[in-house]
Each structure stands twice: as C-alpha cells, then as structure tokens.
Design a protein around this ligand. Structure first.
Ligand code: DX5
Ligand code: ZN
Length: 216
C-alpha cells in the first residue's frame, strides 16, 4: 500500500506570509498544498481566488490541490488551472453541468475530482468514478477550518475504497483530521489526507506531518 499523502490546508496558515508557509511545507515533507476557495455563497465564508493560487505557484513547485467551494465552478475552473492548479475539485451539486466541468478541468491540463459533503452518500460518486482522478470526502461541513470530524464519515472511506478498487482514482479526506483519528483513516486505505489545524497549529508541524503519514 502506498503511503498516505499529506495535503496541508493553507487556510490555517498566516495569510500575510503565504510564501513562507509553502516553503515551510516543503521543508516539513508535506506532499500537496491544499487551497480552499470559498465564495460566500456555496459556503458561509470567503477566502481567496485565482490570484492566491497564482502567487503560490510562483513560490513553490509543490502539487497544488485546489478545492472549490463555489457556485457554478464551471465558470472559473480553466482560470484556476491557468493560475497553476494541478488538481481541481468541486462539489457536483454546485454545478449545472458536473460532467462538463470535469471535462473542462482535464482539457485545461489538470486532474479533476469531485467532493462529497458529509450528508451526501457515496452512491452519488458512482456515475463519476470512471471520469475523475480523485474523489474527496468532507469530514466536516465545509466553510471553516478547525471543526470536529464527523465520525460517520469514517465508513465512507472504506466504501469509496471498495468502489474505486482497481481504478486509477484516489480517495482524499478533508476536514477534522487529527493525529488521533488519522491512523484509522490510513488503516482504511485513504490515499490523501488534508490537514489544516493539525499541521499549522501544531507545536512542531514537521513532526505532526510525519505522525499523520506514519498512521500511528
Ligand atoms: C473546510 C475546508 C478544509 C479545512 C481543513 O471547509 O475545506 O480544507 O480548512 O481544516 P482542518 O483540518 O483544520 O479541519
Ligand atoms: Zn478543503
């Protein structure tokens, strides 16, 4: 089994020092950089858009995992890829044409993924499983970092791993990851783990990342 990839969410970093944050992530052996884009409409919070992704791209060669929590993502996906996103994920219920959105992301040259909120069953992913590179499960209702993981989501990891078995599709989990619940996620075969507060609010972020990875 491949080692779980760690994708720290820069939502929990210091917005006035993002260049430093991504440089640190590399030093701390993080794998991806998770960028939370919120529009104040799909979720009750506003974060940042393409200019931030573009600025991060200039400051790091790390894989940029861009999570769009926006209404009608199809309007912007190409611009996020152009800004430097390596992977763009979106919530299918926010899109008027989810399949078209996936196609647009891929045609622009990035990997594409869908995101399932905690109350959306894995069965919704079935029709996408042959089209996407990744399926992401929310461990919390999106909008804010630092929320508590919803324990019922744990079984959805196993369910999605069964659904994606033998396919080239990664399973990612976002929201509420801690060094306490991470081992169980690793045991269930999770491929990518997002961690905001568990990394940026840790006393020793480098150690936190290595603990999350080790699954212990
Ligand atoms: C939630 C975001 C998450 C969040 C993760 O709306 O999509 O990426 O910032 O932060 P933690 O790990 O602190 O829950
Ligand atoms: Zn996210």
């Amino acid at each position: 089994m491949a080692e779980v990839l760690i994708a720290p969410s820069i939502l929990s970093a210091d917005f006035a020092a993002m260049g430093e944050a991504v440089k640190n992530l590399k030093k701390w052996n993080a794998d991806w950089v998770h960028c939370d884009v919120m529009d104040g409409e799909f979720v009750p919070n506003i974060t940042f858009g393409m200019p931030m992704v573009e600025a991060l791209r200039r400051n790091t060669d790390m894989f940029l995992d861009v999570h769009l929590m926006i209404v009608k993502p199809e309007r912007y996906v190409e611009r996020f890829v152009k800004a430097g996103a390596d992977l763009v994920t979106f919530h299918p219920e926010a899109s008027e044409d989810a399949f078209g959105t996936i196609e647009k992301i891929k045609a622009a040259g990035a990997k594409a993924g869908i995101v399932l909120n905690p109350d959306i069953p894995c069965s919704v992913a079935e029709k996408f499983v042959d089209k996407v590179d990744l399926i992401m499960l929310m461990g919390v209702f999106p909008g804010f970092g630092g929320q508590k993981f919803i324990p019922e989501v744990m079984d959805k990891i196993s369910e999605l791993k069964r659904m994606t078995a033998g396919r080239n599709v990664l399973v990612e989990l976002d929201g509420g990851v801690t060094t306490e619940n991470a081992p169980e996620m690793v045991k269930r075969g999770l491929d990518v783990m997002v961690a905001g507060n568990a990394v940026f609010k840790a006393q020793d972020p480098c150690e936190a990342i290595s603990r999350l990875k080790s699954g212990k």
